[in-house]
Write a protein that binds this ligand. Structure first.
Ligand code: 5AD
Length: 382
């Protein structure tokens, strides 16, 4: 691969044509090129992050989301500190070097202090020989003030996920109530990056009115905001008041499940080729539309999977969209199943290390995967 190849530095219109299925040689060739870039830039390993959905309480009212505020019910839950700590131990014992703490968005003092305390506790309780700085912690708890982002970072979280959902301001405005502004979302992303987090963002694919050009501009947005991690998935019907709003506002997903899945996979491939050395997740939503959707994501250049480690009893109450898989499983089953899926497609699985993107920590991360400990990587295939 030479740097001069235009294929490796696609502009927006080229990316849009690829997203429309016009990559020369077809989607198989697009996936091959994406995998080639992946191998050269981040290596073959798949990194696992245990995904803990620790509370479904949310102050936001995103029209498409199953846990929006106006869907609140008696099923509201927030795990206790001890429950969260026990899930962190499961992640550690399973060899995940990192976990993701996700919840609905809240900004009250009680919530902010709770999250801060949890980060400190997990960090303190997960120090091992292999992980001298404890589990890597990724936060996904919505838009917060700059001060709050800084507090969480200080407590030890080093990555933050906050999707832009769509980089088109008009489309963003159609999907969200006026109180949730596009500008505030972008401001939050800039704050996260400036504070020093590894920044993750992403979009939903298949929103009505979102054409290939809009998706190509999303990829450009990822590059312009200097994202280190990308998580994307198909846009899916949701239950309850979200279903009502989606209907009423003509926001039902555009295209068949098959078309949305195809487009999501092409987005992963195009993002890999355009951004190169970032981490890209094969998300749960891909599997909601196809039983092997996440494996397909890996085949298009994704290198992160996030097995759900939320206790079984809570999963039903955290259904962001219909058909979310694994809601009747327990953490152990998801962990085993994920390892099997990765083994099946012949990719090595990382164990006991953070698995940061070279984009965030520099090229030498490929050789020495634990930059803050100085210990050499241990590659363990399954
Ligand atoms: N379809 C697909 N993804 C959704 N999310 C929320 N609701 C839906 C839906 N109906 C995604 C959003 C959010 C992430 C946590 O879940 O992109 O950022």
């Amino acid at each position: 691969m030479s740097e001069a190849t235009p294929l490796l530095d696609p502009d927006v219109s080229t990316m849009a044509s690829w997203l429309d299925g016009r990559f020369e040689g077809g989607d198989g060739a697009l996936a091959s090129l994406a995998r080639e870039v992946m191998l050269a830039e981040v290596g073959p390993n798949v990194h696992l992050r245990g995904l803990l959905e620790f509370s479904n309480r949310c102050r936001c009212d995103c029209f498409y989301c199953g846990i929006r505020r106006s869907n609140r019910s008696e099923r509201d839950f927030t795990l206790t500190e001890d429950e969260i700590a026990s899930v962190a131990r499961h992640c550690l014992a399973s060899g995940f070097g990192s976990m993701t703490l996700q919840s609905g968005e809240r900004r009250d003092d009680a919530f902010v202090s709770f999250v801060e305390r949890m980060i400190r506790r997990i960090k303190a309780e997960t120090v091992t020989h292999d992980l001298p700085n404890g589990l890597g912690i990724t936060l996904c708890v919505g838009e917060q003030s700059r001060e709050t982002f800084a507090r969480f970072f200080e407590a030890g979280a080093h990555r933050y996920l906050l999707r832009i959902e769509t980089s088109d301001p008009d489309l963003f405005a159609r999907l969200h109530p006026p109180k949730q502004s596009y500008d505030a979302r972008v401001r939050a992303l800039v704050d996260i990056k400036e504070i020093g987090y590894q920044l993750g963002t992403g979009v939903m694919i298949g929103i009505p009115g979102q054409d290939a050009g809009a998706l190509a501009r999303d990829v450009k947005f990822f590059r312009d905001i200097d994202a280190d991690m990308i998580g994307m998935g198909p846009y899916i019907e949701a239950d309850g008041t979200a279903a009502v709003e989606m209907n009423r506002r003509r926001l039902l997903p555009a295209g068949t499940a098959h078309e949305r899945l195809r487009r999501s996979l092409r987005m992963i491939g195009v993002t890999r080729i355009a951004l190169r050395d970032v981490n890209i997740a094969a998300t749960t939503a891909l599997q909601a539309l196809s039983p092997t959707g996440r494996e397909a994501g890996l085949a298009f250049g994704a290198n992160v999977m996030m097995p759900i480690v939320t206790p079984g009893g809570m999963r039903r109450a955290y259904q962001l969209y219909d058909g979310k898989p694994c809601i009747d499983e327990e953490a152990e089953a998801c962990t085993r199943c994920t390892a099997r899926r990765v083994a099946f497609i012949g990719r090595p699985l990382s164990r006991n290390r953070w698995g940061d993107a070279p984009h965030a920590v520099g090229r030498d991360a490929l050789r020495s995967r634990q930059p803050r400990s100085g210990r050499p990587a241990r590659e363990v295939g399954v």
